[in-house]
Design a protein. Structure first.
Length: 239
């Protein structure tokens, strides 16, 4: 029987061909001028990483998944994350979910790219923390000096936002407003925007306290869905 890791790597092989790898979009989206999974790109078919994950998540155990998530290829690591998300979502008992969470935490050094983080942390760690009252897991990551740990913490609060709970998001965003990296500013703004989608009043009350301290990237993301006049007020500092 063929080794399951080799099967998955072969299914994704075209993404890792050295002469083509630099030309593949890192995150596929359908749309004009972009390439989606299944499209022909540079003469080859772009594999659908989510479909590969759905096919293999039940066939591969966490021990074998470790070699995929620690691969030098970004595409392997992202597919491993999709598999991990499926394993968490399909887990039938708390012990299975906890094993997935521990696997995630044990492999943090490889969860070090924006799409790997954003595709996983609130679906696994954020959901687990919310459902089991284990906010300390997110707080410990937020206190880390490692930028990707901080981003995992703040994006992990997306599950809280979806459930209408905004306190942890506001706490982490406030703590990281002065972070030097623009990827954190984007994450902070994105989470605030989603908070506003759930409750615009919560966002506006937060902006009124902190908008002058926000880096412009964070502010622009957070006010993206507000009315034009109100957006201009915040951008021009007239509130």
């Amino acid at each position: 029987m063929k080794d399951i890791i080799k099967e998955i790597q072969e299914a994704l092989a075209v993404l890792s061909i050295p002469e083509k790898a630099d030309f593949f979009p890192r995150f596929f989206k359908t749309g004009k001028g972009e390439y989606g999974e299944g499209d022909l790109f540079l003469g080859v078919k772009v594999p659908d990483q989510r479909s590969v994950a759905k096919e293999y998540y039940s066939k591969i155990d966490l021990k074998d998944l470790s070699s995929l998530i620690s691969s030098e290829y970004h595409e392997h690591r992202l597919t491993a994350i999709f598999i991990l998300v499926s394993k968490f979502e399909k887990a039938k008992d708390p012990e299975e979910k906890e094993k997935v969470v521990q696997f995630y935490l044990n492999h943090l050094p490889y969860i070090n790219n924006w799409d790997i983080v954003d595709s996983s942390c609130y679906k696994i760690l954020g959901r687990y923390a919310f459902e089991n009252q284990k906010e300390h897991l997110l707080r410990e990551l937020s206190d880390s000096e490692e930028m990707w740990h901080k981003r995992i913490a703040v994006v992990g609060t997306m599950h809280y936002i979806k459930k209408g709970s905004f306190g942890l998001t506001k706490e982490f965003v406030t703590r990281n407003l002065k972070h030097p990296h623009d990827l954190m500013h984007k994450a902070n703004g994105w989470l605030l925007r989603e908070m506003g989608n759930k409750n615009e009043g919560e966002l506006i009350s937060y902006l009124n306290l902190y908008y002058k301290e926000m880096p412009r990237t964070c502010l622009r993301y957070s006010i993206e869905k507000l009315d034009e006049d109100l957006r201009q007020d915040y951008l021009k500092g007239r509130i």
